[in-house]
Design a protein around this ligand. Structure first.
Ligand code: ATP
Ligand code: MG
Ligand code: MG
Length: 377
């Protein structure tokens, strides 16, 4: 049985690795040239995209920014999961905000900016701490501009003047003074069964995810209920099939949706070593209708991204509970090169293990790790 994944990065690779034991083969499509390849060996197949679409039992995506003609072609096969509506809701922040509004789901106060003149008086509505986000093609904090005071408006005006806002509007979002960021990652199958993983707490640095802790510490019943309820409402509204991730800001006892990702997600990578059925296997199960696996989480987990760095001691894999997942990509600044999952019996032990891990890592590439380890200890 074959699954075709649009996109050929590390998420396609990890889908391949999780699908193999189920007797499922994953093909990936490099969306820059539509070639079909093995996402682990990176060997390009001789057959073309049309053949791969024909052969596949299900077709899915590893990221949301897929060229629309390709999405339409695949949607026409009737095998695309999640559906195009869901993928577009993740790819286009205007659609995403519309989806949230339609379903009455709380998110940051915002305006849609499709003309620079709308910047006039914006601080009266949103205050003077605003984050502007391109509605398309942003990830890892790219395509965002932060306004820290009203005096930034002039230079932002000049920057936005050069953009085609009518074609690609901006979302101007009030900066949220959240207590922390969490995410809920889960799966829905075609029968409507829903199964969420434990909620993760996510630590970002310069707009990029660096560390996740799962289950998040200090979760209250209210927060767990709200996060799972938001997941259910969004997944059902989209008739979603597959793994879906929802990024949330926690403000006191309230949750605001930051964004949704219609795919397996970085904040769910800890499930590879922390749960019997990881998010990658769960996604394959969901799109093929195999039935969802158990998400029971016996331990506590950390996921540490290795970003823009290859200079660390491979000895870390000898540490108890440490698991390296390396993507095999060429080094670039701020590029996610791999991640390390750490599994422990309790949070204090997890803190100790992260301190031990840090001895094998260059501290400058892991700016949040020491502080988080100490907090957990
Ligand atoms: P991803 O790689 O997760 O797709 P992205 O580029 O789509 O990221 P966002 O998730 O929208 O960007 O924003 C990146 C980070 O910036 C958030 O995780 C959060 O830390 C911060 N951020 C975004 N929006 C706001 C906001 N309204 N208020 C405060 N911080 C914010
Ligand atoms: Mg995003
Ligand atoms: Mg995000």
């Amino acid at each position: 049985m074959k699954v075709l994944v649009l996109g050929a990065g590390q998420l396609a690779k990890m889908l391949y690795l999780a699908a193999a034991p189920l007797g499922v083969e994953v093909f990936a499509v490099d969306v820059t040239d539509n070639s079909v390849l093995n996402p682990v060996s990176r060997q390009v197949h001789e057959f073309d995209l049309a053949f791969a679409i024909e052969e596949a039992k299900a077709i899915t995506v590893e990221f949301e920014h897929i060229p629309e003609p390709l999405l339409e072609l695949v949607e026409a096969s009737g095998k695309l999961m999640p559906n195009m509506l869901s993928i577009m809701a993740g790819a286009d922040r205007v659609r995403e905000k519309y989806l949230l509004a339609q379903n009455g789901i709380a998110n940051c106060q915002h305006l849609i900016i499709d003309n620079v003149d709308q910047l006039e008086g914006i601080t009266d509505i949103l205050g003077d701490k605003i984050i502007f986000k391109s509605s398309r093609d942003g990830y890892d904090g790219y395509g965002q501009w932060r306004m820290r005071s009203a005096s930034d408006l002039g230079s932002l005006h000049d920057t936005f003047d050069k953009l085609d806002l009518r074609k690609v509007p901006l979302i101007a979002e009030k900066m949220s003074l959240f207590d922390r960021e969490i995410s809920v990652v889960g799966a829905r199958d075609a029968k409507g069964n829903i199964c969420c993983f434990q909620i993760a707490e996510n630590l970002h640095y310069e707009g990029q995810l660096h560390v996740s802790i799962a289950p998040a510490t200090k979760l209250t019943k209210t927060i767990i209920f709200q996060a799972n309820d938001i997941f259910k409402r969004i997944a059902n509204a989209l008739e979603y099939v597959g793994v879906l991730a929802i990024e949330l800001f926690q403000v006191g006892d309230e949750l605001l949706v930051n964004e949704i990702a219609p795919r397996v997600h970085n904040s769910g990578h800890w499930t590879q070593d922390g749960v019997g059925t990881c998010q990658f296997e769960q996604h394959i199960r969901a799109v093929l209708g195999f039935g969802l696996g158990s998400t029971k989480t016996p331990y506590v987990n950390a996921m540490v991204n290795v970003i823009g760095c290859t200079s660390f001691s491979r000895d870390l894999i000898a540490l108890d509970g440490c698991h390296l997942h390396w993507y095999g990509k060429t080094l670039r600044e701020k590029r996610k090169m791999g991640h390390i999952n750490v599994v422990a019996d309790n949070y204090a032990q997890l803190g100790d293990k992260l301190i031990a891990l840090l001895e094998h890592l260059p501290e400058e590439s892991f700016p949040l790790l020491a502080g988080e380890a100490k907090r957990l200890q």
